[in-house]
Structure formats: C-alpha cells, structure tokens
Design a protein. Structure first.
Length: 334
C-alpha cells in the first residue's frame, strides 16, 4: 500500500488578518528591528504572524493574539515617537503588560508613561512589569517597603536605583546598603585580608548595582566620604540612620533578632527597603528567618508596604523564569 501525502492542516476558523498603519516609515523601521527581529520576538511570544507591507504591518492569527500584538506594537511605536530608545527588554515589558488584567488602553498608558522612570547619573531605569511598577510606587510613597519574590525580579536593583535617584535629588543625605554575611550552602573557610576584604565578597552584588548607576570616580569618592556605605547586617547594631536610604538585601537570611534590630534603625527622614526570597534561606536548620516573621508581624502597619513578585516578573534570561516555575511546581507537588 502506497503512502499518500497528508493534506496541510486547515487554518483555524477564528484566524483572520488585520492591519496596522504607521505614519512614520523611519520609526517603523526601528519598530521592526534589524532583519525584522523585533517582529520575530513578538511572533514567537504570541503565536501569530506579523508581515511588514510598506507602511503597514499585517497581523495573521487568532483574534486574541492579534489584539495583544496590536497593543504591543502601538505601545512600542508610541515609545519611539516620544524619542525614547527601544531595547529587547522593552519589547518583553510590553509583552508582559499585554498579558495582564489591564485593558489595552490602560496597558498602552502604563507603558508609554514616563512617570515611572528612575533617573540616575549613568542610566534611566524603568519598571518592566506591573508588579515592578507597583513596587516603585511603594518605594516612593512608603517609609518602609518590602520586596519579596524570586531571584531576577529586580527587587534589589530597582531599590538601589531609587536610592541613587533620591540621593541625587537631595531627598536623603546617605545611602546604606546591607546584607547578611551568610554563605549560600557552602563553607568558604577563613578569608584573607582585613575586615573589608573579608566581607566584600558577600557585598559584591550591591557594588555591582551601584556601579550601574554612578560613575566609578564619583562612587569611590562618595564611599570614601561615607555618604554611601556597604556593610554586613551585623554592623548595623547600635546605629540610628537619619535622612538615609537604607536597603537590606537577602533579608531571608536575617534571623528574627537581626531583623528586629535592623528595622528599628530607621531614623528621621529615612527610607528603608527590605528585599528577600523566601525560597532561598541559607540559615542553619532550626533558625527562624526574620523575613517571614516580619511579614507576619508588620502586616497592616501604617507606613509599611509589601510588594510580591513571581516568576512572571523575572527580567533576566527567559530561561530563569521557566526554571523558577519548575521549582515552584515541584514544591507544590510535594
């Protein structure tokens, strides 16, 4: 018996074509990207076809996918009309917002709006998910803000950016960044050097964030003048931090006693941010994490906000989000 060729699968009944027209062909070129790579990124994410025809883009696919793609393209084009640069991360941000609960009009307004830009000496930072936007609003409107969620969601990076921005605007006189000096599941042994050289490896992520927002010479000068401090959590005892922007990173590795000590360092005119990931506690077995306890005790306290992130807010490599989701599914199944 001979094998007959199978007919191509029929196009779904709901699949149709719609078109978007763009008035500025130069901006349309930027919107599509080199070799239409931006269109390819949107196609891959939403499962439809985008075909450039003159000053139009044809959208071919399911109605829901076409609606989302149209919103993304319009938001990105509006961004270009404002003279703002567009990077792959901005496309990802528009895609994330297109899948949220907001209406297409609200999504467009959220993405176009420059109100949430955090300006620093070296770069401008923009929240790329709805959760990040809510977090930025909380950082500016609350004296104490918690950012809780998995790695890669921008909790600490955004907090440091806001701190640098407030410092540059004269809203605070000092930036203090801290984290517990706890090893992540391995023993490093005794480290050589003086106290600074011993603790610097634990503080390196904070140095990296500051280096993104301040020129090297300025950062070195501000640290020499102690207007920017990076110190282990243990060094916070006995201090009162006035007119300071204070960040505690990796707060899940603070004990309950350390957390209480840190939170009570808040002085007049200061802001305090506590970030952590409850799934990455490196404390010895049987030691209670201060982050979970603070979350329970401070819930509903005026002036304190809690912002939560999920794998959907990961802004690192897309694979990181899938890895986090896989671990979350495994934890749920147990």
């Amino acid at each position: 018996m001979g094998l007959s060729a199978l007919p191509p699968p029929p196009r779904p009944d709901a699949a149709h074509e719609s078109r978007l027209e763009f008035s500025d062909n130069r901006l349309l070129i930027d919107l599509c990207g080199e070799f239409d790579r931006n269109l390819a990124q949107i196609e891959h994410a939403l499962g439809l076809q985008l075909l450039r025809r003159g000053n139009e883009i044809a959208l071919v696919g399911e109605p829901e996918a076409r609606t989302r793609a149209a919103g993304v393209l319009q938001a990105l084009y509006a961004r270009l009309e404002q003279g703002r640069a567009m990077e792959p991360g901005d496309i990802d941000a528009a895609l994330r917002l297109s899948g949220g609960a907001a209406s297409p009009g609200q999504q467009l307004e959220m993405f176009q709006s420059g109100r949430m830009e955090i300006r620093t000496r070296k770069k401008t930072v923009e929240p790329r998910t709805a959760a990040q936007r809510a977090y930025v609003e909380a950082l500016f409107s609350h004296e104490m803000a918690f950012g809780i969620g998995p790695a890669g969601t921008g909790k600490t990076y955004i907090a440091v950016a806001v701190g640098v921005s407030m410092f540059a605007d004269g809203l605070v006189d000092k930036i203090v960044l801290s984290r517990p000096a706890v090893e992540a599941g391995e023993r490093l042994g005794f480290l050589p050097g003086d106290m600074k050289e011993k603790v610097d490896p634990y503080m390196q992520p904070l140095y990296d964030a500051l280096g993104d927002f301040l020129p090297g010479k300025m950062l070195a000068k501000l640290m020499e003048e102690r207007r920017i401090e990076i110190a282990p959590l243990a060094f916070m005892r006995g201090r009162t931090l006035a007119r300071s922007f204070v960040v505690l990173d990796e707060a899940q590795n603070a004990t309950a006693m350390q957390m209480k000590m840190f939170l009570t360092r808040l002085g007049e005119g200061s802001r305090m941010v506590i970030t952590g990931d409850r799934s990455q506690v490196d404390l010895p077995r049987g030691v209670t994490s201060g982050l979970g306890e603070a979350e329970r005790i401070l819930d509903g306290i005026k002036g304190v906000s809690f912002s939560y992130f999920t794998a959907a807010d990961v802004v690192r490599h897309p694979l990181v989000a899938r890895i986090i989701e896989a671990y979350e599914r495994d934890d749920t199944a147990r």
